[in-house]
Ligand binder design. Structure first.
Ligand code: SF4
Ligand code: SF4
Length: 371
């Protein structure tokens, strides 16, 4: 491990604050860890405002208020106002089921710049089943319309998988209907809850190819009206994505209790320890903490990454995925076709996607996770 940070280390572009892990929904692919943090451990308002001060002083540009469900915090408006007052671009990542007109107006008045609402499906029956929250879809539709009426920028986040991909064209229509400027078509990523539910969620290769064609056609058709981002599932790829833009290069994540993480799934890697913003300044953690230093840059890389021309393009892929699929976070991401584990991963994706499991392990404290 390097003892000191690289010279000229840039600050993160963005910080994501998981204000709480409380959430009315129970999505089986939630990015929160399997060990959800309890409400009693959450940072207090004054601790979060200090974090915002420190982030702004470091040169961070954007803050994402996330969760769990961030609107479960009654101090959200105060935190948004504080961030806006420090010149940070503010984004709310929400399920929207707790948002009504008055709350949206208060957030807009506090200086909120942007709202991202997740949708579980394009129609209520599927969406409410996937989210584990009856009536949720209707609430989301109403909230999205209020967000637009309040003049806030709106992105729809459509999390796609084997059980809703047949509705991708309708999801695109929904984004247009709601007046969203951006749609994120995000295939489930298989860490944490997503990994526990992989057999119920992973698409077939045929589904993936159809989805990619649908996105490409929609991008052309709706150019100038709707921007469509597309996040593919790595398992069928030949090269991995640059996860988080590279470990500890552009982004940090803070858990409800103040743990500072290089990515939301980093706690799935055993042996890493994470410092807490209640005990050490954010800038020092970013520059020096063991977890950030461990996989920053290229010095940690094994072959085939070490001598690969893409080493500073994809940064060896995802460390959490390397651990989940190959048992060692310090290996090449098995999503890469150059990894010796790639063939096994591909076979596993094909076998699970064809087997047709439908039942979910819903996200909740005390859920029984299959081995
Ligand atoms: S993914 Fe679903 S369960 Fe997880 S925080 Fe978002 S809305 Fe809640
Ligand atoms: S060998 Fe490593 S650096 Fe090269 S493409 Fe694969 S994951 Fe990326």
């Amino acid at each position: 491990m390097n003892a000191s940070p690289p010279e000229g280390l840039a600050p993160p572009l963005a910080v994501l604050l998981e204000l709480t892990h409380r959430c009315p929904l129970r999505c089986p692919y939630c990015s929160n860890p399997l060990e959800l943090e309890r409400a009693r451990g959450e940072l207090a308002t004054g601790q979060w405002t200090r974090v915002l001060d420190e982030a702004a002083a470091m040169g961070v540009l954007q803050v994402h208020f996330s969760g769990g469900e961030p609107t479960a915090r009654t101090d959200l408006e105060a935190l948004v106002a504080h961030a806006a007052g420090r010149g940070l671009y503010t984004n709310l990542i929400t399920s929207a089921v707790l948002l009504d007109r008055a709350r949206i107006a208060a957030l807009a008045a506090a200086g909120l710049d942007h709202v991202q609402i997740s949708f579980q499906d394009s129609e209520a029956a599927g969406a409410d089943r996937i989210g584990g929250y009856p009536g949720g879809h209707a609430k989301k539709l109403a909230a999205a319309r209020e967000v637009k009426a309040a003049g806030l920028a709106l992105t729809l986040n459509a999390v796609m998988h084997r059980q809703n991909l047949h509705h991708l064209p309708e999801m695109i229509e929904l984004a247009l209907d709601l007046g969203a400027g951006r749609l994120e078509v995000a295939h489930v990523q298989y860490y944490g809850w997503g990994l526990a539910n992989r057999a119920a969620l992973i698409p077939t290769r045929t589904q993936l190819e159809a989805a990619t064609a649908t996105v490409e056609a929609a991008r052309v058709r709706h150019k100038g009206r709707l921007v469509i981002d597309y996040v593919v599932p790595d398992y069928y790829a030949r090269r991995p994505k640059a996860c988080m833009g590279g470990w500890a290069r552009q982004f940090l994540n803070i858990s409800p209790s103040g743990k500072v993480l290089p990515c939301h799934a980093a706690e799935s890697i055993p042996g890493l320890s994470f410092e807490n913003v209640a005990q050490r300044p954010l800038a020092a953690i970013w520059a020096q903490s063991e977890a950030f230093q461990r996989f920053r840059g290229t010095g940690w890389m094994p072959e085939p990454c070490r001598s690969c021309a893409r080493a500073e393009i994809d940064w060896g892929g995802c460390r959490c995925q390397a651990f989940a699929l190959a048992g060692d976070a310090a290996l090449t991401d098995p999503a890469c076709a150059l990894s010796p584990h790639h063939g096994a991963v591909l076979a596993l994706a094909e076998a699970e996607s064809e087997a047709g499991r439908e039942a979910f392990v819903y996200r909740q404290i005390g859920a029984r996770i299959p081995a």
